[in-house]
Each structure stands twice: as C-alpha cells, then as structure tokens.
Write a protein that binds this ligand. Sequence first.
Ligand code: GSH
Length: 246
Amino acid sequence: MAKKSTTKRVKRAAPKAHKPARPIALYYWPTPNGHKVSILLEELGVPYDLHPINIGKGEQFAPGFLKISPNNRMPAIMDPGGPGGRPISVFESGAILQYLGRKYGRFYPAEERARVAVEQWLFWQVGGLGPMAGQANHFLNYTAEDLPYPRKRYTDEVNRLFGVMERQLATRKFLAGAYSIADMACYSWVKSSTRFQPLDEFPHLAAWLERLGKRKAVVRGMAVGAELRRPMTDAEKAVLFGQRAR
Ligand SMILES: N[C@@H](CCC(=O)N[C@@H](CS)C(=O)NCC(=O)O)C(=O)O
C-alpha cells in the first residue's frame, strides 16, 4: 500500500446532500483502468485522496492493499461514508463506477431501461475492450520474442471492437443515451489503443473521442498521477508479467 507521504489530497466541492465525513481514498496508478475512476471522481467533483499503488514495484501485493483488492490489481476505493455511514471498499473498476454512480445519482441512470443500456456497454468494456486492448498492447510492446499470431489476434479484435463502437456511435453522441460511466470506462482504452489502431476507418468513434477529450473533468482525470508514469524497466516487467497463484 502507498505510504502516507505519497498521499495527495485532491480538493473538489462535494454536493451537499452526499458530503462524506472523510474523502474517498482512491488506490490508483495512471493506467487506462485507473483513469476510468479518476475521470468519474473528477466529473462528480467529490473530494478524494490519491493513494498511488506502484504496480511496477509490486505494491499491489502488500497485505493491506490485498484486503481491499484481493485480485492484486488497482484501481480500488475505500469510502469512509459507505452504506449505513460505515466504511466500504470496492475493487474492480466497473463495480467502482457503478457504486459511485449509484451513490451520487449521476452518470448512471436509475430508470431500469436506461440503466440496462449503460450496464451492457460498461460490461462490454470491462469484459471485452479492456482485456483485448490490454493483450494487444502486451504483445505489441512487451514481449521479448516476435509473436505474430497473438499480435494479430488481439489487434484484429480491437479493430472489431472499434467497429462495434463505430456502429453504436453512428446514431448517438454517447454509447448509452446520455453521457455515462460507460463512456468514461471506454475513453482511456480507446485513446491508448489509437497508438496501434488509427481511427481513419472509424469517424464516429473519432468524433466521440474528441467530444469526451474536450470535457474538463476528463482532461483532469487523465492527468491524475501523470507525473508518476515512467517507461517500464525490466525489473518492473518481472513483477508484472508471469504472475501465478503462488
Ligand atoms: N478487471 C480489473 C483490471 C485492473 C487491472 O488490470 N489493473 C492493472 C493495471 S491496468 C493492475 O493493477 N496490474 C497489476 C498487476 O498486474 O499485478 C479492473 O477493471 O479493475
């Protein structure tokens, strides 16, 4: 777990009705999965404390962090003012977005049809776009060997998934009606994947990316912890790749 000395307070005005006793703790590293939550917190304008989890140094395996996030992955949050006024921790970015969306009643509609529309795109991102783009990035940038088959498999899949977004965005500005946690979940993954998958064949997706990129909260959310990011060293690769149960 991040040391206290690395903790930063990000001050934003909280909506009065939901003002928590203490700020939400965000366990975070500046990656696309982390950005989903920093973007939502910035959109909500609630105060939060940033707890960097340096995944290259193995801080995700610290026993204190594993209590919050048993999957040894960030992001995670701890909300001191959870249900019943008691603390609650949440891991898995999709569950965090849902929790915060429900808690503050924003970007995640309560009406069932609208909620299902958001959820299907949120789960599409968590189960599809994120993992596939992550694997594409891995085989393009992090393997010592030249492995054309997995590279093609995952970059093809990202291309296909971009096509799915393109069709959805051809007739609407956002993925699921109004701007929602589903858009926030996809933004950073689409943006980072443009390094290997240009958007020339996806004009509606390109327009969506630009639309979101103009939102001040998205810009702030993407900038959270940017100063922590460094090119990955071999020692960090050894921590991150080849993990097994024991
Ligand atoms: N399904 C998880 C994935 C989170 C995830 O993969 N986080 C990565 C960084 S993007 C991580 O913490 N990696 C640490 C590790 O591999 O040990 C979520 O959506 O929250």
